[in-house]
Design a protein around this ligand. Structure first.
Ligand code: SAM
Ligand code: SF4
Length: 379
């Protein structure tokens, strides 16, 4: 089972926390669409023999594409790859793009899942983040997508914001319940280098939320999810039964994917490659018939660490029989030994031949992972 990721790098303005590769040169959409189709042609054999089950338009702001542009890209994908007719096709969308007309047009394309970036339902937090929509506009956009008959909807929220507290966070979660969406991605704010938030926090102009408060907000999230029948299937992801993101689950299950567009990453078990993070270089190189790409062949250690990181993030954990098949019985014993203190501390548990993080362990997943991973100099 394989997937296609398509990076649409355009944003009208930049949010103060975001370091994804984006540009405000929206008028260059036609160039990008042309280049994306050309990239598919150039890389048609990259997933040879594989059936594509998921397509994900990520960004940037894919909802800036017209429905015609989305259809052109999907038609090309359909012609050049072996696409399952029941594929999950997601588009990331910003609330301010979701007019009734745009939703109706997008709903007439094969897109069947919307992932709406909301971040917060509090206007003062939205302003702090430099978002372009109000809380009311966010609520209305979700309802409009539902009114158009699309119910496979995910929303993104960010917790651990500066000056946030549990009351504000719980109100955000209550709003998600009220909207009756099927999926929530809730990310802890990271201060990415070079973003306005990171610069302001270094200058003492904004104050990161304390670690203790962050953990309490995460615990509130986990408890809320249990009460609302959301399944906590990955550290930051919560879905109602039958509504997990298939595309992201494929990443965590080490399935192959091809990433198209500037900055997109691809993975095919043996290698990982990434496109240049520059629209002009990307378009010009593709137009010359070349790939604007670097790649690395994954060493055994890379594979081992990737397997650990991606598996432990999920509620299915590390399947020990798969681990043994990939890395051998000696490595499996070594892993179990390394994990023993965390199993004793109830941060990890063993069930049905799988090693899984407990709720407590999820809070400390970075620490647990750093202990279990193999360091480059460790042989
Ligand atoms: C690639 S962004 C694109 C989404 C869409 N353009 C939007 O803004 O609504 C995907 C999600 O990543 C999350 N995100 C991006 N930067 C983040 C950061 N520094 N800390 C936490 N979450 C972040 C946000 O929740 C965002 O909705
Ligand atoms: S969060 Fe979304 S809209 Fe904001 S800058 Fe990042 S990609 Fe663009």
């Amino acid at each position: 089972m394989s997937g296609i990721y398509i990076h649409i790098p355009f944003c009208r303005t930049r949010c103060h926390y975001c370091d994804f590769y984006t540009t405000t040169q929206i008028k260059r959409k036609p160039e990008l669409v042309d280049a994306l189709i050309k990239e598919m042609e150039l890389r048609q054999l990259w997933l040879e023999g594989e059936t594509i089950k998921t397509i994900y338009f990520g960004g940037g702001t894919p909802s800036l594409l017209s429905a015609d542009e989305v259809s052109m890209i999907l038609d090309a994908a359909n012609n050049l790859f072996r696409l399952d007719s029941k594929s999950e096709i997601t588009i990331e969308a910003n609330p301010d793009d979701l007019s009734t007309k745009q939703i109706r047009l997008l709903a007439n394309t094969p897109v069947n899942r919307f992932s709406i970036g909301i971040q917060s339902f509090h206007n003062h937090q939205l302003q702090l983040m430099n978002r372009r929509h109000t809380a009311q506009e966010a609520v209305d956009s979700v309802k409009r997508v539902q009114d158009a008959g699309i119910h496979n909807i995910s929303v993104d929220l960010i917790y651990g914001l500066p000056e946030s507290n549990r009351t504000l966070w719980n109100q955000n979660l209550e709003q998600v319940s009220a909207l009756n969406v099927k999926h929530l991605s809730a990310y802890h704010l990271t201060y990415e280098k070079g973003t306005v938030f990171e610069v302001k926090s270094r200058q003492g102009k904004i104050f990161p939320c304390s670690e203790e408060e962050s953990i309490l907000q995460f615990k509130a999230l986990v408890n809320w999810a249990k009460e609302q029948d959301f399944i906590h299937y990955e550290i930051s992801n919560f879905g109602k039964k039958g509504f997990f993101s298939q595309h992201n689950t494929n990443y965590w299950m080490q399935q192959k994917y091809i990433g198209l567009g500037p900055s997109a990453h691809s993975y095919n078990i043996e290698t990982r490659s990434w496109n240049v993070s520059n629209l002009s270089v990307y378009v010009n190189t593709i137009q010359k018939g070349e790939l604007p790409q670097e790649s690395e062949t994954l060493s055994e250690k890379n594979k081992y660490n990737e397997f650990l990181i991606t598996s432990l993030r999920t509620r299915w954990g590390i399947k020990l029989d798969v681990f043994e098949r990939l890395f051998g019985s000696e490595e499996k014993e070594r892993l179990i030994q390394k994990a023993a203190p965390y199993i004793k501390q109830e941060k990890l548990y063993l069930k049905d031949n799988s090693m899984i993080l407990t709720d407590e362990g999820v809070f400390l997943s970075d620490l647990v992972l750093s202990e279990l991973m193999v360091l480059p100099d460790e042989d």
